[in-house]
Design a protein around this ligand. Structure first.
Ligand SMILES: [Zn+2]
Ligand SMILES: [Zn+2]
Length: 335
């Protein structure tokens, strides 16, 4: 089969990411073999291709927002059959036995493994996934629309829940990219008042179109105090601003994997009155199930740009250069 391979991690403008021939993978006994129909292009794929993330599997095939169809299953798999449509996401395996897994926090499992980093992902004709980590996709979502929900959507959703937004509450979103614009749609559908603080004029326009009550510059003060805020921008200097924007008892969730240094906090104005700061790490399968169901119910939609799979490297170059809004999706028209 044709598959992209990180032959030599480095800038995607060069040719370390190559389209190669690989054998069709053989699913392990608890795994599904999946014919890939669509695969979203996530910024993490860029980090894998460029070597920002350490190499965990030499020559890995990136891609962890996969929508495809089951074509075969290992001998121990129950509950899936050939022809079933499934989603394959970032979280690939956990040990299921550590203290975190046992209390329902498998996102914190020290033994966790990831699709398109520890194992070959969806920039290929076929991929595999442990059946226990494959997601069933609601009928109402087509392949291309569903793909970006599998990483950006799920992570944004966990961030929303970590922000402890009360019903009908006031939510501030700092940064408004792929994850934020999906999470905003759920919050709005559930009756929240949403204020967006972000740099780009196009992103502010999109926020207002989706129903945000206000949209202003990244460093602006929202027009009312917030019950909850989520920091999507990887900018630590926004943490004190976001904390000052919270009402008493409010919660700030920090959604990113990376954040620049947070400046010193002023206790009286930024933390007192029981304000809380929380980080967000990966996601659990329960987060994914909840979000995918809500996305179908509320009609959550990502802005997508289709690329043929043979142009995956160009899609990553365009992502890096900011040449499109929304999410790129590799779409295999031939299957
Ligand atoms: Zn564990
Ligand atoms: Zn991702």
């Amino acid at each position: 089969m044709r598959a992209w391979s990180v032959v030599r991690p480095g800038p995607v403008e060069e040719d370390g990411l190559r389209l190669v021939k690989k054998p069709v993978p053989v699913p392990g006994e608890d795994e599904l073999l999946v014919r890939v129909r669509a695969c979203g292009v996530c910024r993490t794929d860029l980090h894998v291709a460029e070597g920002d993330l350490p190499v965990r599997r030499p020559g890995v095939t990136p891609g962890h927002e996969v929508v495809g169809v089951v074509t075969a299953a290992g001998s121990a798999v129950r509950g899936f059959a050939a022809g079933d449509r499934v989603g394959v996401a970032w979280l690939r395996r956990t040990d299921g036995t550590c203290a975190h897994c046992r209390r329902g926090a498998e996102n914190l499992c020290p033994a966790s493994r990831y699709t398109g980093w520890d194992a070959d992902g969806g920039y290929a004709e076929y991929t595999t996934v442990p059946a226990a980590f494959a997601h069933r996709l609601p009928e109402g979502l087509d392949d291309v629309a569903a793909a970006p929900l599998l990483c950006a959507g799920i992570i944004g959703h966990r961030a929303l829940r970590r922000s402890a937004l009360p019903p009908g509450g006031r939510l501030g979103l700092y940064g408004f990219g792929g994850s934020a614009h999906l999470c905003a749609q759920v919050a709005l559908a559930e009756g929240a008042t949403v204020h967006v603080m972000t740099r780009g004029a196009a992103a502010r326009r999109l926020a207002l179109e989706l129903g945000a009550a206000s949209a202003q510059d990244a460093y602006a003060v929202p027009p009312q105090p917030l019950d909850s805020a989520i920091l999507f921008a990887p900018a630590g200097e926004l943490v004190p601003l976001a904390l000052r924007a919270l009402d008493r008892g409010g919660t700030l969730a920090i959604a990113g994997i990376h954040l620049s240094d947070i400046p010193p906090l002023r206790y009286e104005s930024e933390l007192f009155y029981e304000k809380q700061v929380r980080s967000v790490t990966s996601n659990t399968r329960a987060d994914a199930r909840e979000f995918l169901a809500l996305a179908a119910r509320y009609g959550v939609r990502a802005t997508t740009h289709a690329y043929p799979p043979a142009r995956a490297r160009q899609a990553l170059r365009d992502l890096k250069a900011g040449r499109f809004d929304g999410a790129a999706v590799l779409v295999d028209e031939g299957c």
